[in-house]
Design a protein around this ligand. Structure first.
Ligand code: ADP
Ligand code: MG
Length: 342
């Protein structure tokens, strides 16, 4: 075979294979864009587990008319401009691939109005040749993205979708995790026209506590202690469940690094180690923990879906988390089961 440059759609579909695994991955990318745009309200409508429709509406900064087409192009991003930016990343996105990838495997409509622009504009991209049409539209300040018929042109992917119920449960779980990291955002999630979650802004301790109870259950909210601990450039805060309240089925087990949700081996290991012998083999720890660390100390560009990070001083981070949590658990043990949080 001779060497050829791939046509853009095929290149985008190959890239989509890395980030767009299922409807929940589309929701993740779109919601992260809304958060990066500074939205304080995010409304999500899902139909048929996301295979029919995913619609995200936000009240963020919007995209200017002349940038709509660019937003849909591959490697187009407003978030970084050079290698130094990549090392200091504070936004959730930065690869400039999500919209291009998603639009290559669906029928995507992007409608937006920045606050300073007189009217809204809409761009439509339909799988096939990646040609984008732009026309005027009606929309309040902010952005709506509609993804219809996900994987309609990639049957192999479509075949791997599970039932609507299963796909929706992945989306719901994702929103739950996001909502636990952004109390300063109000969230609405609907499935097939039915309201599933309605989470108002939670800017006070009391409101945050309420949201944790809604998302992790009343038992968790009542039996978890709020902790806060810093060391050098690191700060760990959040809720940790008293050992005697830990059940055999995993409840809330959520970790965030600089606001980004993680399934991080190092952190999970540190948490386990801190609980240590306080738990029986069957008991599962419960936690919602936020690690803040100087962006330069962590590399987020490890995995396309950004599920993993690499800490430059892994040992230091691990030991800090173990000692912060051990202290908190020892204190909890002293005070026994005591329903007191922040
Ligand atoms: P990335 O998030 O990596 O920059 P995306 O393909 O997800 O790449 O988005 C491309 C660009 O489109 C973003 O950099 C941003 O400028 C713009 N954008 C996407 N979604 C939104 C949104 N909801 N509100 C404002 N701007 C957006
Ligand atoms: Mg993005």
């Amino acid at each position: 075979m001779t060497i050829k440059i791939l046509p853009p759609q095929l290149a985008n579909q190959i890239a989509a294979g890395e980030v767009v695994e299922r409807p929940a991955s589309v929701v993740k990318e779109l919601v992260e864009n809304s958060l990066d745009a500074g939205a304080s309200q995010i409304d999500i409508d899902i139909e048929k587990g996301g295979s029919k429709l995913i619609r995200i509406r936000d009240n963020g900064s919007g995209i200017a008319e002349q940038e709509l087409v660019l937003a849909l192009s591959r490697h187009a991003t407003s978030k970084i401009g050079n290698l130094d930016d990549l090392a200091q990343i504070t936004s959730l996105g930065f690869r400039g691939e999500a919209l291009a990838s998603i639009s290559s495997v669906s029928r995507l409509t992007l409608t937006s109005k920045p606050a300073g622009q007189a009217a809204a504009w809409q761009a439509q991209a339909e799988g096939r040749d990646m040609a984008v049409t732009v026309k005027p539209a009606a929309h309040p300040d902010g952005t709506s993205i509609e993804v219809v018929d996900l994987f309609f042109n990639t049957p192999a992917r479509r075949k791997f979708l599970r039932t609507d119920k299963t796909e929706f449960s992945h989306i719901d779980e994702l929103i739950k995790r996001l909502a636990l990291s952004r109390f300063d955002v109000s969230w609405q999630l609907n499935h097939n026209g039915q309201s599933v979650r309605r989470l108002p802004l939670a800017n006070s301790d009391n409101a945050r506590q309420k949201r944790v109870a809604l998302l992790c259950g009343k038992a968790f909210a009542e039996q978890a202690a709020y902790i806060e601990n810093s060391y050098g450039v690191m700060k760990l805060s959040g809720w940790i469940l008293a050992p005697q309240a830990c059940q055999s089925q995993p409840g809330c087990q959520y970790c965030y690094v600089n606001g980004r949700m993680m399934r991080d081996k190092l952190l999970n290991h540190a948490i386990r180690q801190a609980y240590g012998e306080r738990l029986t083999a069957e008991q599962q720890p419960g936690f919602v923990l936020y690690l803040q660390i100087t962006p330069a100390e962590v590399d987020v560009n490890v995995h396309p879906a950004k599920h993993e990070v690499r800490f430059h001083q892994a040992r230091l981070v691990h030991d800090f988390v173990v000692s912060a949590l051990s202290d908190a658990l020892a204190q909890l043990a002293n005070e026994q089961a005591r329903p007191q949080q922040k």
